[in-house]
Design a protein around this ligand. Sequence first.
Ligand code: SF4
Length: 260
Amino acid sequence: MGKSLIFNIQRYSLHDGMGIRTIIFLKGCPLFCPWCSNPESQGPVKPIVWEKKGIKETLGKWMTVDEVLEEVLKDHIFFRTSKGGVTLSGGEPLLQIDFVKDLLKELKDLGIHTAMETTGCMDIKRIKTILPYLDQILFDLKFMNPEQSKSIIGADIHTIKENFKLAWLSKKTKVIPRIPLIPGFTSKKENLMEIIEFLKEFKVPEVHILPFHQYGNNKYEYLNREYTMKSKETLTFEEITSIKNLFQHSGISANVDGLE
Ligand code: SF4
């Protein structure tokens, strides 16, 4: 079994899936969303160096499946009592598909609930090989317009739709669409209506909406990169409520950040 490049393992998370979870952040993402709160994960599967308060730090550690399992199993008892488990995040986990498949298989053998966050932006064969070992997918949907998707985040919307359809129709894996609400980008009514139309085709009953925040702000400084979203305001409570209503009027329940 090979190794995977991991840039963070976060224990005791109450987000990104049910119950208490351990989140494994895999390095590497082919997309370039301007609002990315994990910019250290972007680009190829290679360690990256950033400078924090004058101290250089290399991010990314090559780990075997056994090493990751050792870390994960520390919280096995919490998974059982809270109906939690492990969530793979990134970056884009599909980039390191062989490792992801091996890890998911082992987790399922141990009876641990598995979830993965994905943009679904890669060849459909990848997602197909892991669906049998995945209990839940948190599936990002950002833009439906092909040109916007390509030029703003670098994603081919046809591939994303294909991946979504395959995962949804598998029935075995629960798919929850997640929509980041980015002012001036994804939160435009026209875009949201296109997302709703797409979801209606599959009779999707619920989505999670993730309002824009500035949490990743400092990381761009550490990486010596320009953060173009610096002056972007977060959405107001009224704006978020009206977006929730947009979904609800179409028969889709919308949970903010998956917390409701
Ligand atoms: S898909 Fe996620 S990790 Fe990749 S650039 Fe966009 S926000 Fe960042």
